[in-house]
Each structure stands twice: as structure tokens, then as C-alpha cells.
Design a protein around this ligand. Sequence first.
Ligand code: PEP
Ligand code: MG
Length: 325
Amino acid sequence: AMERYDSIRERPAITKDGTRVKLTMNAGLMADLPSLAGSGAEGVGLFRTELQFLIRNQMPRRGELAAIYGRVMDAAGDKPVVFRTLDIGSDKVLPYMKPQDEPNPALGWRAIRVALDLPGIMKMQLQALIRAANGRPLSIMFPFIAQATEFLAARDHVMRAIEREDRLGHPLPSDLKIGTMLETPSIAFAARQFFELTDFVSIGGNDLKQFFFAADRENERVRRRYDTLNISFLRFLEQIAERCADTNTPLSFCGEDAGRPIEAVTLAAIGIHSLSMRPASIGPVKHLLLRTDLAELKQVIVEAGNDGRMSARSSVMEYLAQNNQ
Ligand code: PEP
Ligand code: MG
């Protein structure tokens, strides 16, 4: 499927009206790495580290993880890789951890909540990441941050890990970025200071949409019920983009919607100019971005809202069809 887009693989995604959109890929397994070159991805915008924990029947060791992370960075070369720390719980259960019996796993003990309560695993993982970087740049993000204090506590663990590695004589990363996954509506409304402190924000659209509409992403009955191009949701995303622009906080989007061309150009039109997706989506998304005038598309979205539409989808599709014939 990727061959169809061979001719644009090395081209940057610049829209018809001149906006540069950064396209990166999501990964998590060693098998994903060849796609870095094959897809034209500008880096790995989301490395889901839990996959390495989920495919084993016992907790991986620090050395083992460091070797894996090192190989990911080697494969990426000069391209950036954003490592998301362990995101377990809810739909992702480790075979060697006691399963939790929770009435509402999606709202339960998961992701950063587990990491902050049982910091041993996260400390081990942070050490492995710092050692794998071995003097190269390192970018880390924390999943499921629902309030600023969780980010601060997690960031503190990174700082302590850095100090420890320094004491032990290991080389420190040449550059360190510590970011937040925005997956709950609460953090979108955090104080300005939070946006100034986090080095970047990445919207986890799968979870964010689930919580915005209160529609379980695992429940077939409700998971496709609400359109990503729903006007309320787009207005919410646009506010996030404005807050980030206002504080110069780099913003990206890494949920599945980033890899759907119509959703992707819509996200770009409302001000999200960095998208991370499965590798096979980069070609089709870039193809549409190259032909789209984001300012015109933005106007179409605003008008759909002003006209009282529930979703911008039909207006966006009509515009794209006229524009691309
Ligand atoms: C998300 O929630 O959008 C996301 C990228 O993380 P995951 O799908 O792994 O929960
Ligand atoms: Mg998520």
C-alpha cells in the first residue's frame, strides 16, 4: 500500500497555503522500525513502551530494555523518537501483574497513576531510557496526566534518575524533553504555568475522545457513535491548540484519527501541525495535505459551526471533493 505514495515519500507535507505539517509515526515493536524509512516518517511521535512489557511473560530487565530502546534510537538516527512511559491498566493488562478488579477500568488505576503509586517500574524504565540515549537527545512523555501535579511528580522522577546516572558516571542525554499526553479534558484547562512547564503536549485522541463524549473506546455499541468532526469536539481541540500556541508549547496529536486523511486535514486546519500515526497512513495523509488550503478549510469548519451543524464532516467532505476534482 505504501508504494502508491513513493513519489511523495521524501517530500515535506506543505499545504497549498504553505503550512508545514510534521508527520511522524507510532511504533512500539522492533518490527515497526523498518517503516521509519519506508513511510517517509519524520520520526517516531509515539513509542508505546508498554508493548515490550505486554509481549513477555515476566517483567523485562533494565539491561534488556536499554538495549531495545538503544536499537530504536539507532534505527531513527537523526530523527526524533518520543518514548511514552509505561501505559498499563484499563485495556492493557500485564500477564505478570495481579489483575485489578475494577468497576470502571478506563477510569481506574492505570498509566501514570500506577507509575506514581509503584514508582519502581518507572524508575527502572527511566534509567533504561537514559542509558539507551547514551549521550544522545532524549524525549519522554507521560500518559494520562489528569492534573498538573502528576506531571510534576513524574518529571521529578526523571530529574532524580538523571542525577543518579550522573553520579554513576553514565553519559547524560545531550538534550532532554519531558512532555505530557493530553488524554483527559481536565488537563486542557490547567493553569498557564503548566503549559509553560511541560516541554510539549501530545493529544492522545483515542482516550481524549472517550472521555469527552463519555463513550467507552472498547465498547462496540458506543465507540463509533460520536464523530471526531463533531463541532463541540473540534472547538475543544481548537482551544487546546490556542493555549499551546499562546505559551509556545509544541503540540502534536497521536491518536488513530491522525492517520485518517479527512480527520488529519481537519486537525491541521484547526491548528494542530504535528501528527503521529501508523506508518501506512503517512502517504495518504500527506497526499491530501499537499492539495488542501488549510485557511479555506478552517473557514468551512467555522461556517458549519455557525450554521448550527452537529458535525463539520459533510461540509468538510463537500469542500474537499470540490477542491480535489
Ligand atoms: C490515545 O489515547 O490516543 C493514545 C495515543 O494512546 P493509546 O491509544 O495507546 O491509549
Ligand atoms: Mg491513551
